[in-house]
Design a protein around this ligand. Structure first.
Ligand code: SP5
Ligand code: ZN
Length: 344
């Protein structure tokens, strides 16, 4: 199983995260990716640089103006920013009516719905190569690999067609899944990050060609609040092709595996020919954003159950934050997934 990764993804350096208004160090740090990469090198995984597919596959999922906004947004922000300012929006339109203004602060609020996606000096390079990493992993599987892993960072599953939120800018997993439609008629996206894949849900909500399933605690209780409820099952052509498996706060591995099995069954009933996994490790019991309790052996068991679906599979890294078990959880999932898929 190949691993795709590019050091330019490390250039996004968010400093501050506001939790309930309280500033704290931002959890989505470049060291997350370094830690996972180094663990994989120790296990002999081949690490490959992504190819450059340009912005067309990104714009196939996102508003082209949203994609282009980031190319020079930080420079525009810096040109007018007071000393010491952070690249975060301070006002939001609260509606999609109206227009994106020329003013950079107005534009930032137009394209971002929270304060967790700051613009930093090399944010564009990082999000561009994070997306290319995902597309490269998808291409590897389209070319015949049984499985491939895109070590994407910053993550993507909260990003919608035209807005960043929840540490996410470009929706890497959706970009990969849509790209894979070039080869397969029906693709599924399974999101096992502990947070709602609200961006992915929104992007594929009215599409019948991509099935989306996310496992996460009740969004009314555990952010992201606005999407991810059990009664959201898709609309139009996509009716029945979205599935929210809602967990309870503090759930253990028994409940998580039951939810995972329901998701897997739904994906099989849909008739998916290929699979993308939004792979977060923040279901860990000791994750800094912990909400449920999964341990390394639980991550290995998730890998076994997903691999047993027998589908061509692209794993895309989402969340999972620096804590005592991040390395062990990534190791358990990824070495197990490799073993189960190399066996064929
Ligand atoms: C990709 C990803 O994992 N994004 C995370 C977005 C987090 N959003 C808000 C989480 C709020 C967590 N509150 C945690 C309390 C832990 N004691
Ligand atoms: Zn997450």
């Amino acid at each position: 199983m190949k691993v795709f990764f590019d050091e330019r993804q490390l250039g996004h350096k968010p400093e501050v995260y506001y939790r309930g208004g309280a500033p704290m160090p931002h959890p989505e740090q470049p060291e997350r990716a370094i830690l996972i990469r180094d663990m994989l090198i120790e296990h002999g995984f081949p690490i490959e640089a992504p190819s450059d597919f340009g912005t067309d596959p990104i714009k196939a999922v996102h508003d082209p103006d949203y994609v282009d906004f980031f190319t020079n947004a930080y420079e525009r922000f810096l040109a007018e920013a007071p000393e010491g300012a952070l690249g975060i929006p301070t006002r939001h339109p609260g509606t999609r009516r109206g227009r994106c203004p020329k003013d950079i602060n107005g534009a930032m609020g137009w394209w971002m719905t929270d304060t967790s996606t700051p613009l930093t000096e090399n944010t564009y390079e990082a999000i561009y190569w994070s997306a290319q990493t995902a597309i490269s992993a998808a291409k590897d599987v389209m070319d015949g690999a049984r499985a491939s892993y895109g070590l994407s960072r910053p993550p993507g599953h909260h990003a919608m067609t035209d807005c960043a939120n929840g540490f996410c800018f470009y929706n890497n997993a959706c970009i990969a899944a849509h790209h894979m439609r070039g080869k397969w008629g029906k693709v599924a996206l399974l999101d096992v990050d502990v947070h709602t894949g609200n961006g992915s849900l929104d992007i594929f909500y009215d599409r019948g060609d991509v099935f989306f399933c996310s496992l996460h605690p009740d969004p009314a209780v555990y952010p992201t609040f606005y999407l991810g409820y059990a009664d959201e099952t898709g609309e139009g052509d996509g009716l029945g092709a979205s599935l929210n498996e809602v967990l309870n706060m503090g759930d253990g591995e028994v409940e998580v595996m039951e939810a995972l099995d329901r998701g897997i069954t739904a994906i099989q009933d849909f008739g998916a020919e290929a699979l993308v996994v939004s792979l977060g490790f923040d279901m860990a019991a000791d994750d800094p954003l912990a909400a449920v309790q999964v341990y390394p052996e639980g991550f290995a068991e998730m890998a076994r159950r997903i691999a047993a679906m027998g589908l061509p599979t692209v794993l895309i890294q989402e969340g999972g934050y620096l804590g005592p078990s991040l390395r062990n959880n990534a190791e358990a999932f990824l070495t197990t997934f490799r073993k189960e898929t190399d066996r064929r």
